[in-house]
Design a protein around this ligand. Structure first.
Ligand code: 5GP
Ligand code: MN
Length: 336
């Protein structure tokens, strides 16, 4: 948690109505959107003028989150979003800890903003831009941290079913539905409280997991078809080229969760998923591991990325084939 002094200062800041911006990492996931909207509903109740800004479009499978339609999309609504950032008294940066994670166009606007930054995040190695930091990689989700943050402010009574719905969503998505090792007794106690507040937990799972489009299933099928196994390295990997994505009618969000299938095989402890993005001229890579193999360290060392011990991402500007070759070559250097 933050120091008592930090909490006192933030309480004082929030004592009078403020212009508050909440933002998240580019390509937001359930935790980024859930934590941002959960905090948004809380701060609105406190009487603030609050805007949530996502760097780029959020995925369709999160569009049902309460007031997701009010989220301003920076890269589409540049002229609206830029003054909101510039004029904010406080900017919360949630589920990321370095401005570059918001992308090339939003990063300089954040860098220039004269504001009070509050970071709430569970990734490793935070940058030092924030005036107040609640940064702790032992938490399974930023949503869980928002719950503790609201509690620390003494405002637990303001947590209602709407806030609970947003926070439940990020806890579920970032914990792989309560299965990753960061899931604790406290995680379960928090969601128990949410359910008792009226959060429809079963419905949220349905909205998140039984809401696939045909294209998403086709994309998954191709990724499974392309899967390769390297048994001597306890490693698997798969890839999707831009041509394949186009052919399958790919929509944003369709590859969410694809990487996890590579780990679902017996004896596999490390997996990677390579996705070609011709618009951005990069190969976006997702890494996952079971147990001690630290994919955050791996992604930092070899693929200009980062994340957590068992889930990380990175990128490459080489071709898809060259990137995969490099990946295979690194396996001789690491201890899996
Ligand atoms: P995903 O594979 O789901 O995109 O990302 C897994 C985790 O790694 C997430 O927590 C995400 O924030 C983080 N991550 C993904 N890509 C990058 C990256 O390029 N740089 C850093 N530092 N973290 C990343
Ligand atoms: Mn997260």
């Amino acid at each position: 948690m933050m120091t008592t002094q930090d909490i006192l200062e933030i309480k004082e800041l929030l004592d009078t109505p403020k212009k508050i911006t909440i933002t998240m990492h580019r390509n937001p996931d359930g935790d980024a959107m859930g934590s941002s909207l959960g905090l948004y509903h809380f701060l609105k109740q406190k009487g603030h003028e609050v805007t949530v800004i996502s760097p780029n479009e959020y995925p369709e499978f999160l569009a049902w989150l309460p007031e997701a339609e009010k989220v301003v999309v920076f890269e589409r609504e540049y002229d609206k979003a830029t003054p909101i950032i510039k004029e904010a008294d406080i900017i919360f940066t949630l589920d990321f800890n370095a401005f570059h994670r918001t992308g090339n166009s939003m990063q300089p606007v954040l860098e220039e903003a004269d504001t009070t930054y509050i970071m709430i995040d569970h990734h490793q190695k935070p940058d030092d831009y924030a005036n107040y930091m609640f940064s702790d990689p032992s938490y399974g989700s930023t949503c869980e941290m928002i719950y503790h943050f609201i509690n620390a402010l003494g405002d637990k009574s303001l947590i209602n079913a709407t806030i609970g719905t947003c926070l439940y969503t990020g806890i579920v998505t970032d914990s792989g539905s309560f299965r990753f090792p960061s899931t604790t007794g406290t995680t379960h106690r928090i969601v128990a409280e949410f359910i008792e507040l009226g959060v429809d937990n079963s419905k949220i799972h349905t909205l998140l997991h039984d809401n696939n489009s045909y294209s998403r299933i086709q994309v998954l099928a191709r990724a499974l078809h392309n899967m390769k196994v390297l048994p001597e390295n306890k490693t698997s990997y798969t890839s999707l080229s831009q041509d394949e994505l186009n052919e399958l009618g790919y929509n944003k969000g369709d590859t969410e969760g694809v990487v996890n299938y590579g780990l679902s095989m017996k004896g596999i402890v490390f997996t990677a998923f390579f996705k070609e993005n011709k618009d951005e001229g990069i190969i976006k890579i997702s890494f996952r591991s079971k147990g001690d193999f630290d994919v955050n360290q791996y992604a930092r060392t070899y693929f200009n990325g980062g994340g957590h011990i068992n889930a990380a991402g990175g990128k490459s500007t080489e071709s898809l084939e060259a990137t995969i070759e490099k990946f295979i070559a690194t396996l001789a250097e690491v201890n899996i």
